[in-house]
Design a protein around this ligand. Structure first.
Ligand SMILES: [Zn+2]
Length: 194
């Protein structure tokens, strides 16, 4: 059951090509409806919200949005935005809080960003050169490559694509929104079959 501390559900806004545009709060979704931008509702969950009082009737308008809303037009995404930026928070989510060396699942406070090729040896902070590692594995590996340390990686690091980024950026994603976003994920994504 959602508790009072849960963030309010967000509406997944998609363009007419099915490309996710943004997570919107209800008030923003209401503006899409009011401005005639909505093509269709695709979500299975409905959310109601009271609008303004109408001058003519004095009645309060009610507005209902579904969990996935398609708006007019095509949202152009620069190719540089095909992948989302690397952050510690997103990295831990990509790897589902599982250490890439021992396979243990840890709380965020116990995890570190581990550079596969160490920074001191020219390793860069790129999605494909970092994995989630627990503190003890990170310390044990030290300034070595996985081969030198004889600590083979349990999974392959990959760059997080835009749609996966949408999944990682919403802590209260609804089942129908999840299914929609998962449908376009690459097979290597750990969220493709979550
Ligand atoms: Zn570990």
């Amino acid at each position: 059951m959602p508790s009072a501390s849960d963030p309010a559900p967000r509406i997944l806004i998609i363009d007419s090509h099915g490309q996710p545009v943004r997570w919107a709060i209800l008030a923003r979704a209401a503006r899409y409806y009011a401005s005639g931008k909505v093509v269709t509702d695709l979500g299975e969950n409905l959310f109601g919200m009271l609008g303004g009082v109408q001058d003519a009737t004095g009645a309060r308008s009610e507005f209902i949005a579904s969990s996935i809303v398609m708006i007019r037009g095509r949202h152009r995404i620069p190719t540089s935005h095909a992948h989302v930026g690397l952050t510690k928070y997103r990295l831990f989510l990509r790897d589902r809080h599982i250490c890439g060396y021992c396979g243990g699942q840890f709380a965020e406070s116990e995890l570190t960003v581990e550079h596969i090729l160490p920074v001191s040896r020219g390793g860069r902070s790129l999605w494909t050169n970092v994995v989630t590692a627990c503190r003890s594995c990170n310390t044990r590996k030290g300034n070595r490559t996985p081969e030198e340390a004889r600590m083979p990686l349990l999974y392959v690091p990959y760059a997080v694509c835009r749609n996966e980024g949408f999944i990682l950026s919403n802590r209260r994603i609804l089942a129908d929104q999840m299914v929609f976003l998962q449908a376009s994920l690459p097979r290597h994504s750990r969220w493709a079959h979550a």
